[in-house]
Write a protein that binds this ligand. Structure first.
Ligand code: NAD
Ligand code: UDX
Length: 482
């Protein structure tokens, strides 16, 4: 029986390995992690991450050919294929702070693999890493020269949160990069290809050299994020001209060369990957003497920051330039629907902005626990553009002015304004008449995700701002925003 071990039981390691176990009953899959609470949760009824369809897959395989364990070294030593799916966050200090990927966890995993291995192994980069990381990893793996052969492959993951299981079951492509120039490299590529071939059609399994695979992952995320910043930049122009960004996106996306996906204007993109991976790309470009290329990609993030600030400024200026003491209902805190993940969620920046203007926030999200929101709001924010931590919102302000509630009606009752920051389906079908009746007037809705029916809400009496849509007559008369 082939043995796979995955180091890192996170948003990628857990679901990816669960699907491999489901589709390959002949393979034994161990997912290991240094975090005891994470592994305990994977072995419990309440998994550590929320992902539609994940519970079912884990329940089918756990204890049969899928195991979660803190015995990292033992499972690595026994494995034929070791996936490394540890976190690779942006460095917050030292050389490259604010941009470069922090490979501390990766390096420590690689050193451990080198130390405990007694048999040859294929080591698979599942984490998103800078181009040429495989070269450094090869050096680490072979440093103590025990006569063991390590083949390193790059197999970046393209799943998106909220749709991880369907993405894994039906991927657009699986990418495997390896040392195509050597027989050992080719054999390793084929071994991993055979794993995926259990359920992925052969034409969707792409094999490349190591550097192409590593760079393709960063490039794919940069292209996706660039589409969002492009449409978000258009949303500002739509508001200034009376065009409707949904109509513009639709018309643009009908061009088969452009395509309709990933053109939804929003309060900004979030998630653990886009910003981190673009910054990583920017750093690599700078290190390779390509400042023009670096600046091009940097602007994708600058527009994203601009979009979040623009949303806060629009809200404040629409409410007579003061929200001091006003209650603002925040609907949605996760970075997108169908996940409880809050990493880099635009809600953090928007809420901080509103707190700085001394608003009182009542937050509701169907999946994010209160403790997580409080942690996110109080954790010092790292400024990628000017490295150095800044935390303008004090613990005291957060404790006094943030309340977390358990449904949208409770959040909106007596609120002066509503901000929709995540596109959870339930926000589309709320009883907005009932909500309006329970709010002081004028009652505002600021829709950062274009989920509400603007005309219907205006008919009820709301003053509605929806990203990139023709402005409410009320808002047109307000002072211009920065
Ligand atoms: P995560 O933080 O959810 O999980 C990483 C896990 O690795 C943590 O549980 C941590 O405890 C564990 N870990 C760290 N060092 C370890 C070590 N030395 N030994 C054992 N365990 C260790 O991260 P994630 O979201 O799963 O992302 C993992 C990688 O995949 C990152 O490089 C990310 O960029 C990439 N990626 C993420 C996504 C996504 O949607 N989250 C999608 C594609 C790629
Ligand atoms: C992304 C990539 O899509 C995935 O391929 C990669 O493996 C990891 O990074 P993820 O961050 O989980 O996945 O979610 P994604 O669906 O890409 O959304 C990212 C952010 O962009 C979210 O905040 C989402 O709301 C926002 N978004 C997405 C928009 O604002 N508009 C869109 O049209 C699409």
């Amino acid at each position: 029986m082939v043995k796979i071990c995955c180091i890192g039981a996170g948003y990628v390691g857990g679901p990816t390995m669960a699907v491999i176990a489901l589709k390959c009953p002949s393979i034994n899959v161990a997912v290991v992690d240094i975090s005891v609470p994470r592994i305990t949760a994977w072995n419990s009824e309440t998994l550590p991450i929320y992902e539609p369809g994940l519970d079912e897959v884990v329940k089918k395989c756990r204890g049969k050919n899928l195991f979660f364990s803190n015995e990292v070294e033992k499972n690595v030593a026994e494995a034929d294929i070791v996936f490394v799916s540890v976190n690779t966050p942006t460095k917050t200090s030292g050389l490259g702070a604010g941009k470069a990927a922090d490979l501390t966890y990766w390096e420590s995993a690689a050193r451990m693999i080198a130390d405990v291995s007694k048999s040859s192994k294929i080591v698979v980069e599942k984490s998103t890493v800078p181009v040429k990381t495989a070269e450094a990893i090869e050096k680490i793996l072979t440093h103590n020269n025990k006569g063991i052969e390590f083949q390193i492959l790059s197999n970046p993951e393209f799943l998106a949160e909220g749709t991880a299981i369907t993405d894994l079951l039906n991927p657009d492509r699986v990418l495997i990069g390896g040392r195509e120039e050597t027989p050992g490299g080719l054999k390793a590529i084929q071994t991993l290809k055979d794993v995926y071939a259990h359920w992925v059609p052969e034409e969707r399994i792409l094999c490349t050299n190591l550097w192409s695979a590593e760079l393709s992952k960063l490039a794919a995320n940069a292209f996706l994020a660039q589409r969002i910043s492009s449409v978000n930049s258009m949303s500002a122009l739509c508001e200034a001209t009376g065009a409707n960004v949904s109509q513009v996106s639709y018309a643009v996306g009908k061009d088969s060369r452009i395509g309709p996906k990933f053109l939804n204007a929003s309060v900004g993109f979030g998630g653990s990957c886009f910003q981190k991976d673009i910054l990583n790309l920017v750093y690599i470009c700078e290190c390779n003497g390509l400042p023009e290329v670096a600046n091009y990609w940097k602007h994708v993030i600058k527009i994203n920051d601009y979009q979040k600030n623009r949303f806060v400024n629009r809200l404040v200026s629409s409410m007579f330039n003061t929200i001091s003491g006003k209650k603002i209902a925040i609907l949605g805190f996760s970075f997108k629907k169908d996940t409880g993940d809050t990493r880099e969620t635009p809600a953090i920046d928007v809420c901080r902005g509103l707190l700085l203007d001394r608003a009182q926030l009542i937050i509701y999200d169907p999946k994010v626990p209160e403790a997580q929101m409080m942690r996110d709001l109080s954790t010092p924010k790292f400024d990628w553009d000017q490295p150095g931590s800044t935390s303008p919102v004090s613990e005291d302000v957060i404790t006094k002015n943030v309340k977390v509630v358990h449904n949208a009606y409770e959040a909106t009752k007596d609120s002066h304004a509503i901000c929709i920051l995540t596109e959870w389906d339930e926000f589309k079908s709320l009883d907005y008449q009932k909500i309006y009746d329970n709010m002081p007037k004028p009652a505002y809705i600021f829709d950062g995700r274009n989920v509400v029916d603007v005309a219907k809400l205006r008919q009820i009496g709301f003053i509605v701002y929806s990203i990139g849509k023709p402005l409410d007559p009320w808002l047109k008369d307000m002072p211009a925003i920065a």
